[in-house]
Design a protein around this ligand. Structure first.
Ligand code: PA5
Length: 426
């Protein structure tokens, strides 16, 4: 379901000549769970080993909730929300017709945003999926207080009990305690799966079920990727090798993930967290950034074409089949001179832009371009792509000789904030 093209990467030969023994050794570390951070490799076999009983239960709870609500508030931050949002937007698009809308909160402390959501919910039937592995993260914690109270006050404690679901650790953390004490339905995040690797656990699956997304297909995609990537000569590992060469041998410092579809923007955000948190430590790693073209060709395109060289390379996601397509309408007067485009569909024009931009950036601009082809933007493709990138980042992180599965650097700001806010014990 994914094809990769290195013909404009400027390192095709280096990729072919890369030490296959190194790849083999790292693959063994991933599969046998023997490398750094190996107690967080539960995601590797998850497409096969996921908890089928819990999945069935999630389907039942989600179905009941879907019948009752118009809005599901998805409360979570980082790995506890980006995957669900990336899937929701990639698969359903930006203006879904489905009766249930997902609104994301707990990903900001902005009073203005939270107030706007409170106002928006007036006269709406809503439920809450409160998602936090640690169960102690401040942003989702305080957001939950606001919306739990809103639900209890506007409905009743009994209705809140039916409409609030917690996704958290099986035993520890404030959220687990709170959910048990209030009698909220709880689903579990496995101990050995970190936030940014948790899309296929209840973290991603439960909200997507409530959104009416075909999660069976999503699992089907992840399982296919799991099988396809058993062979070490695979495109995900080649992508990891290409990034490693561009970074450590050619001196590039940043990668920008480019898509030509607006509904892929949150997929880009999920990807940025995956690579940024997994690799950015011990003074190494590529800075992950993202663009949506042609939108950003009218802003960042200038920098990419002619700005500082040897800093940034591009990885382009080329969606072969759009979810919908349309023609440019014919106009008799042709005052705007655009009738020459009426033989093309929008997608064909978009694909032409993609080809033209790769040529401009890679050849005239001397910016390496890697192209990753996705077949489509449906649930199966999403499942495949997520697993593909997770396998790629594991290889990529181990090539850099770091632990790709921890994120010690995100703790420092939290400690500072707790001290400043005078949290007991800090
Ligand atoms: O990927 C990660 O581990 C982080 O982004 C976490 O998901 C994020 O910090 C939220 O943590 P928690 O789920 O414990 O609230």
């Amino acid at each position: 379901m994914i094809k990769i093209n290195f013909s404009n990467s400027k390192i095709e030969k280096d990729i072919k000549e890369f030490d296959q023994n190194k790849i083999k050794k790292i693959d063994e570390m991933i599969v046998n769970k023997t490398g750094k951070g190996s107690d967080f490799l539960g995601w590797v076999d998850w497409p096969i080993n996921f908890d089928k009983e819990e999945y069935q239960k999630m389907k039942e709870v989600a179905k009941k909730l879907r019948d009752e609500i118009e809005v599901l508030l998805v409360i979570g931050i980082g790995g506890s929300y980006l995957g669900a949002r990336a899937a929701d937007e990639m698969i359903r698009g930006l203006f879904p017709n489905d009766k249930v809308k997902l609104i994301y909160i707990g990903n900001t402390i902005s009073s203005t945003y939270i107030h706007q959501v409170v106002e928006f919910l007036k006269d709406k039937e809503f439920g809450i999926a409160n998602i936090s592995k640690s169960g102690t993260t401040t942003e989702p914690g305080i957001a939950f207080r606001v919306f739990e109270k809103l639900l209890v006050d506007s409905k009743s404690k009994e209705i809140a009990k039916q409409r609030i679901v917690a996704v958290t650790d099986k035993a520890k953390g404030a959220l687990k305690e709170l959910a048990t004490s209030e009698g909220y339905q709880t689903f579990t995040i496995p101990d050995d799966i970190g936030g940014r690797f948790s899309v296929f656990t209840p973290v991603g699956i439960f909200p997507l079920l409530v959104a009416g997304i075909d999660t069976d297909k999503l699992f089907e995609g992840s399982k296919q990727a799991y099988e396809d990537l058993k062979d070490i000569n695979n495109s995900a590992y080649q992508y990891a090798v290409a990034r490693y060469i561009l970074n450590t041998k050619k001196g590039y410092k940043a990668e920008t993930l480019v898509s030509y579809e607006l509904q892929m923007q949150m997929f880009n955000e999920w990807w940025k967290q995956l690579f940024g948190e997994s690799e950015g430590k011990d003074g190494v790693g590529l800075f992950p950034s993202s663009c949506v073209f042609s939108t950003d060709l009218h802003s960042l395109g200038q920098f990419i074409q002619e700005g500082t060289k040897n800093v940034l390379f591009e990885t382009i996601i080329d969606i072969k089949k759009p979810s919908n397509d349309l023609k440019v309408p014919e106009n008799k007067e042709n005052l705007d001179g655009l009738n020459y485009l009426t033989k093309n569909s929008f997608h064909e024009i978009n694909q032409t832009a993609l080809k033209g931009v790769i040529d401009a950036h890679a050849n005239s601009g001397d910016v390496p371009n890697i192209v990753i082809e996705f077949e489509s933007m449906d649930a199966k493709m999403f499942g495949y792509a997520i697993y593909w990138f997770m396998k790629a980042v594991a290889m990529s992180g181990y090539l850099l000789d770091i632990n790709p599965f921890n994120q010690p650097g995100v703790e420092i700001y939290k400690q500072n904030m707790f001290k400043l806010l005078k949290k007991p014990g800090y």
